[in-house]
Design a protein around this ligand. Structure first.
Ligand SMILES: Nc1nc2c(ncn2[C@@H]2O[C@H](COP(=O)(O)OP(=O)(O)O)[C@@H](O)[C@H]2O)c(=O)[nH]1
Ligand SMILES: [Mg+2]
Length: 467
């Protein structure tokens, strides 16, 4: 059990299914005193006497819901009892499945209140599960992320974290930090004696190991941010190479104007789409060239701005003409991770082998396509997937889906980097110990070891009622 939080020991009830008419509604109950407290509301359909011992653990019982105030039958229900500690919350728990008529549900909840059961606050079941050590905070938050997942990919990631994958990754960092702090504090205790000169090297090694473990989580934070914000993919290149044609192909309809006149596109064309479960903003831009034309100049300025900020750039060029020097420079400036070189109008090139890239761009991703015939577009989609979506280092199961988690891990990283700097500078161990404690505090917020009650209140308040 976790301290210093005090546990509430009353029985709570909450509707776990959405409000409104439904075939079945599920009401969850949790707290010591179950199933006794519920007995006045339950009747055996064949009149058998009910007692707490009558309930078989985790089996559905077909019972009548009885309204003792009106002295009448309310509904037929299926009732299940989970004795502690083998329940979601770790407390005695029950679930009532009745018919999902809002009036029936409202009456049942009123009767529950009448026998002394309190209506649950949002997330209170999960909070009790956390307090009884059934879930750590990463798992509780994975539950919330799973319930609110807007893409299947995010739901799968949350399911992995519910099994404890994120807790393991966070625990490894925390253990490393704890070991290190123990060592630094031991050094402090023996400060009067001569310090072993190997100590600092050892500290450095340990810090490097921690930073390596932490890298998985910071990359997981970056990817989690992308999943939330989506990615910006920009199509860039010289006028007339087929940027708008590719944009239309990827969007799936004729959205941008395509003509043989160079400089047709001036405004940015944007389209939101979901790519493998991740929101993507696809942007078609004005062709890059020097021009005296004011409107086009502004279009190019905007294009350059978007290219600079893009998560991924499809740098399009004419397969016959090859890459211009200015494009090579742009590709180098952006770096191979952010660029895919796309040779368009492959239909006009007789030799359809792989295009030779200049030496400077060896190692860049490149694809030959034709927006006219559609050739190479499947291959481009594959390359976009592997190149733009699989982030090196970010491991499945440690993708930080929530802003709170990302913020805590970034604070941990800052503190660990500061610790590394202090060791390199040979700074006093007292300061190092202080910084390590702040790193521990920050990483501890992820699994909930160092969460204050108010923070927990805030976290669980975002959950659903009945969860
Ligand atoms: N032969 C051929 N022509 C293309 C291809 N893609 C685009 N075009 C033509 O090239 C011209 C310019 O296309 P557009 O998409 O407007 O280029 P942008 O200026 O880069 O946006 C138009 O006449 C298109 O029909 C292609 O794959 N093959
Ligand atoms: Mg265009």
């Amino acid at each position: 059990m976790r301290s210093p939080l005090t546990l509430e020991s009353d029985i709570i009830a909450g509707l776990a299914t959405p409000p409104g008419s439904s075939g079945v509604a599920v009401i969850r109950l949790s707290g010591p005193g179950l199933p006794e407290l519920l007995l006045p509301l339950l009747r055996h359909p064949h009149g058998k006497p009910l007692s707490p011992a009558w309930f078989q653990p985790r089996l559905l019982h077909r019972l009548d819901l009885f309204d003792p105030v009106a002295d009448t039958l309310l509904d037929q229900a299926l009732v299940v009892y989970f004795p502690a500690p083998h329940s979601f919350t770790g407390e005695p728990q029950m679930e009532i499945q009745c018919h999902g008529a809002p009036v029936v549900v409202a009456r049942l909840l009123a009767l529950l209140t009448a026998v002394g059961i309190r209506m649950a606050r949002p997330g209170e079941f999960s909070r009790r599960a956390y307090q009884h050590g059934k879930l750590d905070l990463t798992q509780a938050e994975a539950l919330m992320a799973l319930i609110h997942a807007s893409t299947l990919r995010a739901a799968r990631e949350a399911a992995r974290q519910l099994q404890g994958s994120l807790a393991t990754a966070v625990g490894a960092v925390r253990e490393g930090l704890l070991d290190l702090l123990v060592q630094v504090e031991a050094d402090l205790d023996f400060a009067d004696e001569e310090i072993d000169p190997a100590t600092d090297t050892l500290l450095q090694h340990r810090l490097t190991a921690i930073l390596t473990r932490l890298a998985t989580l910071t990359q997981g934070a970056a990817l989690g941010q992308h999943w939330q914000d989506g990615l910006d993919w920009v199509i860039a290149g010289q006028p007339n190479v087929g940027k708008s044609s590719l944009y239309n192909r990827l969007v799936g309809r004729d959205k941008a104007i395509v003509t043989a006149i160079p400089g047709t596109t001036r405004d940015l064309n944007e389209h939101r789409l979901e790519w493998q479960g991740i929101p993507v903003l696809l942007v078609d831009t004005a062709g890059l060239r020097s021009t005296e034309e004011l409107v086009e100049q502004e279009g190019i300025r905007r294009a350059q701005e978007r290219i600079a900020q893009a998560d991924g750039v499809l740098l399009l060029y004419d397969a016959q003409a090859g890459l211009a020097v200015s494009e090579q420079q742009l590709a180098q400036k952006l770096g191979s991770e952010r660029v895919i070189l796309v040779a368009n109008k492959g239909d006009l090139c007789p030799a359809s082998g792989p295009l030779a890239l200049p030496n400077d761009l060896a190692g860049y991703c490149s694809v030959v396509i034709s927006c006219l015939t559609g050739e190479g577009l499947d291959r481009l989609a594959e390359v976009m997937h592997t190149h733009f979506l699989s982030q090196p280092g970010a491991e499945e199961g440690s993708i930080l889906l929530l802003a709170r988690q990302r913020e805590a891990i970034l604070r941990t990283e800052v503190a660990v980097q500061e610790a590394e700097m202090l060791v390199n500078r040979g700074a006093p161990k007292e300061i190092l110990a202080m910084v390590l404690r702040s790193a521990l505090e920050a990483v501890g917020e992820l699994a909930g070891e160092t969460c204050h009650a108010q923070l927990l209140d805030r976290i669980f308040a975002q959950f659903c009622i009945g969860k």
